[in-house]
Design a protein around this ligand. Structure first.
Ligand code: DQA
Length: 151
């Protein structure tokens, strides 16, 4: 069965209480549960991992490269705008990436306009709140069904 890995970066454990006017009222647990349901409907499995620590996200991505994960779905949080290390990790494992943001970073402060991931991603989904994760799961499943080994 196709395996998808959903990664969330720093502060996304606080979803539901963190600036709800920007990030919505759903908790990370709810977001992950809905995304996992979507994956099941699409015939995939979804594993979820959140960390506030860059090195733990790096290590999870490294492991994904050896575990038969088909696609990474990643909201790197503020690491989007800072982490060359996480970008390099994604490139190192040769896994397709879908970048997700709850908000639309381009409609926010200028420092959020730069992403170290967008140019290496299959696609970017932003501005649709928690729905973005479900859209990303569907996009990943369709991509892998069409080109299972293309990466
Ligand atoms: C975010 C956008 C980032 O700029 C911010 O640092 C986050 C969340 C989003 O999902 O909209 O932590 O990735």
């Amino acid at each position: 069965m196709t395996r998808l890995l959903l990664l969330n970066g720093p502060n996304l454990n606080l979803l539901g209480q963190r600036e709800p006017h920007i990030y919505g009222a759903a908790t990370l647990e709810t977001v992950e549960r809905r995304a996992a349901e979507c994956a099941r409907e699409a015939g995939c499995t979804l594993e979820c991992f959140q960390s506030n620590a860059e090195h733990l996200l790096l290590e999870r991505i490294h492991r994904a490269g050896t575990e038969g994960v088909g696609c990474l779905i990643f909201n790197p949080g503020a690491f989007t705008h800072t982490s060359i290390a996480l970008r390099d990790a994604v490139l190192a494992v040769h896994l397709p990436l879908i970048e997700v943001h709850l908000s639309n970073p381009h409609a926010r402060e200028p420092f959020r306009h730069q992403s170290y991931f967008s140019d290496i991603a299959l696609g970017v989904i932003s501005g649709f709140g928690a729905l973005g994760y479900e859209l990303a799961v569907r996009a990943a499943a369709q991509h892998l069904a069409r080109a299972p080994h293309a990466g």
